[in-house]
Design a protein around this ligand. Sequence first.
Ligand code: NI
Length: 139
Amino acid sequence: MIYVSRQEHFNAAHKLYNPHWTKEKNTEVFGPCANENWHGHNYNLIVTVKGSPDPDTGFVIDLKKLSMLIRTEVTDKVDHKNLNMDVDFLRGQFASTENLAMGIWKILEPKISAITKFGRLYSIKLYETPRNFVEYLGE
Ligand code: NI
C-alpha cells in the first residue's frame, strides 16, 4: 500500500461559542476563538488516499483530479466564508477543526472512490494553525 497526498489551503472566519455558557466561561474554554466579533484562520488541508498503483498509469489517483475535487467540493464552499453561518455541512455544529475535518471526510470519501478504483480516502489532516491540527481516519 502507498499513501498519496494533496495539500490545499483556504482562509475562513469562525468563532467557538457555547450559547448555554456565560461569556466568561466561553472565554475560559475557547480563548481567543470565542471572540464574539469573529476572527480568521489560514487553514491547511491535507487529503491522503491509500491504495496501490494502477498498472496502466502507475498512479493510485490522478492528483489533478483529486485537486479539482477538493476545490469544487470543499475549498470553494469554505474559502473566505464564515464557517458558523455560510457553510451548509457545518450547520448546527460547533465550527471546530474536528467537526470541519469530519465534514470534509463525509463529502470526499464517496467522491474519491468514484474517481479511482485503485485507492480510497485514508485521512483528512486539517491545520488550523501551524501548531494546532487534527487528523481524521474516518472512525
Ligand atoms: Ni479560532
